[in-house]
Design a protein around this ligand. Structure first.
Ligand code: NAG
Ligand code: NAG
Length: 732
């Protein structure tokens, strides 16, 4: 209880052990400074061996050191949040606000309709007054089958929602529920369980069948005349807006099997024309914001991706605890972590990014709030629509009200459609400072930043029972492509109007500015990392040392920083729920992302600045074929295709292999071993670690026979380039 007798709805705790962390960080900083001093004061004279290699290392170490300083913003001031949901229900029993939930899908093949409606059903089944809940599906694929699936879901919901509420089942995505649960013990429930499971399976097979043949059953077409909107001229990129209110929660007849009102359910395929920019997901979200403002106008908006179902039916209450607390008037959005179902124990692709969720975001939360990262984020509608924060501003928690008849629903649909037309946004502020911002591949991050620059705060809430669960990519190339898009988008934010480095100065806290910069500078990390993973090894081949000898006192700061930093990182990873092998895999992915995704992101950004190329938005596949999943479960990395990224990774790995072979040869022949040990310890260790970390890659290049190995042509090419590079360097 506060001193004034107010019981807060949420609590913020500071992390323990921050003094120890800060001492550790200061000691590392001292080590980094000593390394810089050593580098700067020992540059080989002009004409001496290794001068340029040395100067490059100085640059790389300056970069790494300064970047490390930025990352301290993520760890200096961790806070954790918890909520008091029971107080919320007591205080606002009748006065809970309307919540509009936006689900976005873009492609019926990559994002199968069945998966989409499972997500929709899971959020329709939130344990929240249904008359205040509205679910909107934006279908940028404009797919008839997706609409059909939603139609089926609206029918199934009449059975599913009462079932969920009666037996308090979790999770409320039917697919996830039926997979995770055996038959219930309770005899009462068992009977209903069998019935509902059968209903689900029948619906499943109807939808999958329709998806397979690409046609809707005749009887459905006859019964629902809205299908006529998909006329023969309809194409995905060129069609009128389609807006259907499948369930109207304000219509007294829209009830489930027990006679309770159902949540409103709306399908929207906004207008698409070839000559109009449609702005990807940001455009879809903005259309939904406008359309929903006419239909339900919930003051709170939840955004989820179609592959992230709700795993916790109380998340809405959790989020409201922040918005509705007396201290919550400055909160613009509450971001939940994005968690994943099928991550394997050791995570070969490190795709769940657990350290970001468990450490970095609580760290940002200590400085004014986390980034908006898309799925799993609750927004205050006013803030999302561009309102500046002002003291004393109160959100009106009431949403659009009033009963509607069938007739007026039709009228409403017709009137609202124009809000989803291509020309509606012309000469408006939409996409610039209203709604989600355009012109950036990571629309969510820049939107969150813009909101924070308008004076709002955000909150990171990470409940122990996961609120949203999605699926991780199953191949290496998907992960790398995903990271290319993210790092490129974040890099562009640095040069955008809302740059965290310049524009945000004075508008958000310094810690948060630094925190944003860490992500914005992901991409340029590639330069220093590439340098570090190639040059020292190649100099080793020539026998030119670039690091202090083991007997020199300058050896100590290098050893200290490297060892202590990795020990810390190791424990941070374990405490975030990872395994030791998972940490090792994470190191590999750290290297691969930096030497491929980030490099291509930088190249693309530069090309774009020069006006040469325009990058597209690549959706990653959400379903994996059987072979691929099997290899994923066995922790075998999936290569399989030829891509420039893989060529680069293989070439670097081969260079290191040759250099390592050179060192071993040197060490074995005569007195080489002493020389290597004394003068080139760090360089040899670095090369050896790079070889160890690349072991799975060598296997894919030279040993594996399955479909996921490196294609042979790629293997030949990269080995040849690496060999050529090594020989060329030896001769020069
Ligand atoms: C999802 O919810 C279920 C049921 O409530 C729970 O048992 C499970 O641990 C949750 N999953 C995660 C990853 O937290
Ligand atoms: C993820 O899990 C789903 C079922 O839960 C499965 O169908 C899919 O193949 C899995 N994907 C991967 C990459 O393992």
């Amino acid at each position: 209880m506060g001193s004034d007798g107010y019981y807060p709805l949420f609590e913020t705790r500071k992390a323990k052990g921050r003094v120890i962390y800060r001492l550790y960080a200061l000691s590392v900083l001292v080590g980094i400074c000593l390394i810089w001093v050593y580098r700067a004061s020992h540059i080989p004279k002009p004409g001496e061996d290794g001068r340029w290699g040395w100067i490059g290392l100085l640059g790389a170490e300056l970069w790494f050191g300064l970047y490390w300083v930025l990352t301290q913003a993520h760890r200096w001031n961790l806070v954790y949040r918890s909520t008091f949901k029971d107080r919320l229900s007591q205080r606002y029993e009748k006065g809970l606000p309307g919540v509009d939930i936006f689900v976005c899908t873009a492609d019926p093949v990559l994002e199968p309709p069945l998966m989409v409606i499972n997500t929709v059903l899971s959020v329709m089944a939130y344990d929240y007054p249904t008359e205040k809940l509205s679910v909107y599906l934006s279908d940028d694929g404009g797919s008839k089958v997706t609409y059909y699936a939603l139609l089926e879901a609206s029918d199934f919901a009449k059975q599913w929602l009462p079932y969920c509420k009666k037996f308090r089942v979790e999770p409320r995505s039917p697919a996830a529920y039926f997979i995770s649960k055996g038959d219930p013990e309770d005899a009462n429930q068992a009977e209903e369980f069998m019935v509902i499971k059968k209903l689900y399976q029948e619906m499943e097979s109807r939808i999958e069948n329709a998806a397979k043949i690409g046609r809707i059953p005749e009887d459905v077409l006859l019964k629902h005349e809205e299908f006529s909107q998909w006329d023969p001229y309809f194409s995905r990129g060129d069609h009128d807006p389609i807006l259907q209110i499948l369930i109207d929660g304000r219509n007294p007849n829209a009830t489930d099997r027990d006679g309770f009102v159902l949540p409103t359910l709306v399908y929207l395929a906004r207008e698409k024309r070839p000559l109009h920019r449609h702005n990807f997901k940001a455009g879809a979200m903005n259309a939904l914001i406008r359309v929903s403002s006419k239909i339900s106008k919930g003051p709170i908006i939840l955004n989820v991706d179609c592959d992230m179902y709700s795993n916790n039916s109380h998340s809405v209450q959790d989020a409201l605890c922040f918005f509705m607390d007396e201290k919550g008037h400055e909160v613009a959005f509450v971001q939940f972590p994005q968690n994943y179902v099928n991550v394997s124990r050791n995570e070969i692709y490190s795709a769940s990014m657990r350290v970001i969720g468990e450490v970095e975001f609580p760290g940002l939360d200590g400085y004014g709030g986390p980034l908006y990262i898309g799925s799993g984020c609750f927004h205050r509608r006013d803030a999302l629509c561009g309102r500046e924060y002002s003291k004393g501003f109160e959100t009106d928690w009431k949403s659009a009200n009033g009963m509607r008849s069938e007739e007026s629903v039709y009228k409403l649909e017709e009137q609202t459609k124009r809000l989803a037309s291509c020309i509606y946004e012309e000469d408006t502020r939409w996409g610039q400072d209203m709604g989600l911002l355009y012109a950036c591949p990571v629309e969510d991050v820049i939107t969150g930043l813009a909101i924070q620059c308008r004076g709002w705060k955000s909150v990171y809430y990470n409940p122990s029972r996961r609120a949203f669960l999605g699926v991780v990519p199953a191949t290496l190339s998907e992960v790398l492509v995903q990271h290319k898009r993210w790092s490129e988008g974040d890099f562009q934010i640095l040069f955008s109007k809302y740059s965290p480095a310049w524009y945000a100065h004075g508008k958000i806290s310094l810690g948060l500015q630094m925190g944003y910069c860490v992500y914005c500078l992901w991409a340029p990390n590639c330069l220093a990392t590439l340098y570090y993973s190639v040059i020292p090894s190649i100099y080793l081949l020539k026998g030119i040392p670039l690091f202090p000898e083991i007997s020199s006192p300058w050896f100590i700061p290098f050893a200290y920083v490297i060892i202590v930093k990795h020990i810390y990182g190791f424990f941070e990873f374990l405490l975030s729920g990872g395994t030791a092998i998972g940490w090792w895999n994470d190191q590999r992915m750290w290297l691969y992302k930096r030497t491929s995704s980030y490099l291509f992101a930088v190249i693309d950004t530069v090309l774009k600045l020069l006006g040469i190329a325009d990058s597209g938005f690549i959706i990653s596949a959400k379903v994996a074929d059987h072979d691929v999943s099997q290899r994923y479960e066995k922790d075998i990395i999936e290569f399989g295709i030829s891509s420039p990224m893989f060529t680069l990774l293989s070439t670097i790995a081969s260079v290191n292999l040759f250099c390592f072979a050179g060192v071993v040869k040197e060490a074995v022949l005569g007195e080489g071993i002493r020389r290597v040990y004394e003068t080139a310890t760090l360089q040899s260790v670095l090369c050896c670690v790079l070889v160890l970390i690349n072991l799975p890659l060598y296997e894919a290049l030279f040993l594996r026979k399955d479909k996921g190995k490196m294609p042979s042509s790629l293997a030949v090419k990269s080995v040849a380039i690496a060999l050529f590079a090594c020989i060329a360097f030896m001769i020069l």
